[in-house]
Design a protein around this ligand. Structure first.
Ligand code: NAD
Length: 332
């Protein structure tokens, strides 16, 4: 039923129902690494809830999944407090919504801005803390404020440097993922052993990283792309694009596809390029991310309780839907 047709009571009841469903799915996804439904199904219900809450602001509760970072901390791991919260990200699914995002940014800033556009890697967020160039702690996002200490697991991943090329004290963030080949090999092995297979590389990566036995993590061939400097020490970095170049110089694995886009036409070109190459990439992506390139502007734009205002994910259509679109294109 269209949102405008609801009474406040009906809206509140429907929202409660949606939250219940989303919380249950979230639990399967974040705690058990075993999703009950496809991401697109989750995203659609999440959208319904967002629309209802936007139409009836009085029904919003702080516990609603729209107001907090989804995710949980498994018992068995030491808890880590993130001094700078690890947030989620807003997402859009169409060109029109991307235009709305850009208009909002321009209205806030007062002029058109450059975006650094990156691939949205289908893995899970990690934080790495270095003191004087030495890795001292690695953790998961958890609920955004409290994550899990997985330092020993992360130390088994060869692309994560134990020592940086400069003795800086910094916190960096990025994505831990399972390459497509490793995912296919793992599921084949699981099947042969009569064990449960993983639904997708993202859940396989999350399940492999949050293991109490680090030998299991080591055997899973995880990899990383680091894309954020959270605390700067005295690195001279003023843009997101430079941040990724600096991370590369410090010894991190960074994704080579970042591109500065001066307008939405250029962003759209990037989207077309990578949507076409998606299948050929060695890792999964579920969209692209647009980030205001200037770090001072990022600070000025700030964040909501859940997402930064200076970045947005444009999510690709789910792969089955894409197949249908391609079939239609071929028939026409
Ligand atoms: P998200 O995963 O959609 O986006 C935020 C994350 O993107 C960041 O935390 C980071 O880890 C990642 N990321 C990848 N590449 C990045 C880059 N270049 N720059 C910055 N960040 C990058 O948001 P979320 O809050 O973690 O999870 C919500 C999503 O999880 C939903 O959209 C849904 O698709 C999925 N989900 C699915 C189910 C299910 O049952 N299938 C349940 C819960 C959540």
């Amino acid at each position: 039923k269209p949102t405008s047709k609801y009474s406040e009571q009906e809206a509140s009841d429907t929202a409660q129902q949606l939250r219940k469903t989303l919380n249950q799915w979230g639990k399967d996804y974040y705690t058990k690494d075993n999703p009950e439904v496809e991401d697109s199904v989750y995203d659609e219900k999440y959208r319904d809830l967002q629309e209802l809450e936007a139409a009836f602001p009085s029904i919003v509760t702080p516990e609603s999944i729209t107001q907090r970072v989804g995710g949980a901390v498994l018992s068995g791991f030491t808890k880590v407090r993130h001094e700078i919260p690890m947030l989620s990200m807003g997402d859009v699914f169409s060109k029109d919504e991307l235009v709305e995002f850009d208009n909002r940014i321009q209205k806030n800033v007062g002029y058109p801005v450059d975006y650094n556009v990156e691939l949205k890697i289908d893995g899970l967020a990690i934080s790495l803390v270095y003191e004087n160039g030495k890795l001292v702690r690695g953790s998961t996002r958890g609920d955004g404020t409290i994550g899990e200490d997985i330092t020993k697991n992360l130390q088994t991943i060869t692309s994560i440097p134990q020592t940086l090329t400069k003795p800086v004290s910094i916190e960096v963030r990025g994505e831990c993922y399972m390459p497509k080949q490793a995912f296919a090999d793992l599921n084949k092995q699981q099947e042969e052993r009569g064990e449960a297979v993983f639904a997708n590389p993202r859940n396989a990566a999350a399940g492999s990283l949050r293991q109490l036995d680090t030998r299991v993590t080591k055997a899973r061939k995880l990899d990383t792309f680091i894309y954020t400097i959270s605390t700067f020490d005295n690195l001279q970095v003023t843009t997101q694009h430079e941040a990724i170049e600096t991370l590369e110089e410090l010894g991190f694995n960074t994704n080579p596809t970042q591109r500065i886009c001066r307008n939405l036409d250029e962003v759209w070109e990037y989207i077309d390029d990578y949507q076409a190459q998606r299948d050929q990439l060695a890792y999964g992506i579920d969209g692209i991310v647009l980030k205001v390139n200037d770090l001072d502007l990022q600070g000025q734009l700030g964040h909501t309780v859940k997402v930064p205002r200076w970045e947005i994910a444009y999510k690709f259509p789910p792969e089955e839907a894409l197949t249908v679109i391609r079939e239609i294109e071929w028939t026409v």
